[in-house]
Design a binder for this molecule. Structure first.
Ligand SMILES: Nc1ncnc2c1ncn2[C@@H]1O[C@H](COP(=O)(O)OP(=O)(O)OP(=O)(O)O)[C@@H](O)[C@H]1O
Ligand SMILES: [Mg+2]
Length: 234
């Protein structure tokens, strides 16, 4: 289980997160919603050790271990997968190379390249194409597939539905539910409220660095007007 406590973080003098606390239980899907620039990506990056919180200003506990201050690659070794915003693929590496580069020879977990191709047949067709040649949707699928190849127990997904056609968004929702059934925990950053409500057990809304609204999907599905206000959609 992931437990983030009272996280403060920023860039230089600019404070972005002003005390964010959030938990993701085993096999739980927790969504973090918020408008552009509210700090969602910064929150994910903090968990991965990429924007370390200032000393004494919050903790990140994963499986009982304090990750605060660990190097990013050590955090990834803890079976935490990430689907970064913008996908961060390598333009010159092929689909297959992206999927195999992180698979350790020792890993015995369930995810193989064939299994990833099984859930994303489009990637199998494009296996020899390079990162720079893929469409937005294909890049999104590859980013999810790459995260799965480390056999994650927790996946941090930063707007995975961005750039996907509606039918692919539904496909991704199905994959997220299947991962949940396998006991994988997911922190899902979304701006698409309906996509978040479709899969998440609990949701949080981040506004200028604070959680201003949270609840279960059942509770919040009856308060979509309030959520849309926070998200600036209406
Ligand atoms: N490397 C950086 N250096 C300085 N400021 C940054 C940096 N990255 C982000 N910021 C600022 O921090 C704030 C939060 O950015 P962040 O990327 O976390 O927002 P977000 O909620 O993910 O937005 P979006 O929905 O657009 O992805 C913004 O004001 C942004 O301009
Ligand atoms: Mg972002």
């Amino acid at each position: 289980m992931l437990e983030v406590r009272d996280l403060h973080c920023g860039y230089g003098n600019a404070i972005v997160l002003r005390g964010v606390s959030l938990q993701v239980g085993s096999g739980e899907i927790v969504a973090l919603l918020g408008r552009n620039g509210m700090g969602k990506t910064t929150f994910i990056r903090s968990i991965m050790g990429l924007t370390p919180p200032q000393v004494g200003s919050g903790t990140v506990i994963w499986d009982g271990e304090n990750l605060t201050g660990l190097r990013p690659h050590n955090i990834a070794d803890r079976k935490i997968g990430i689907v970064p915003q913008g996908r961060r693929l390598f333009p010159s590496l092929t689909v297959t190379e992206h999927l195999t580069m992180l698979k350790s020879a020792r890993a015995k977990g369930g995810w193989t390249i064939d299994r990833v191709f099984g859930i994303f047949p489009r990637l199998a067709e494009r296996r020899h194409h390079r990162g720079g040649q893929l469409s937005g949707g294909e890049r999104g699928m590859l980013a999810v597939g790459r995260a799965l190849m480390i056999d994650p127990k927790l996946i941090l997904m930063d707007e995975p539905s961005e750039g996907l056609a509606p039918v692919m968004v539904q496909h991704l929702e199905g994959i997220i539910r299947e991962l949940k059934r396998e006991g994988v925990s997911i922190l899902l950053v979304e701006q698409n409220l309906y996509s978040a409500l479709a899969v998440a057990d609990r949701l949080h809304v981040l506004e200028t660095g604070r959680i201003v609204h949270h609840g279960t999907a059942d509770e919040l599905s009856r308060q979509t007007d309030v959520l849309f206000q926070h998200l600036g959609v209406r």
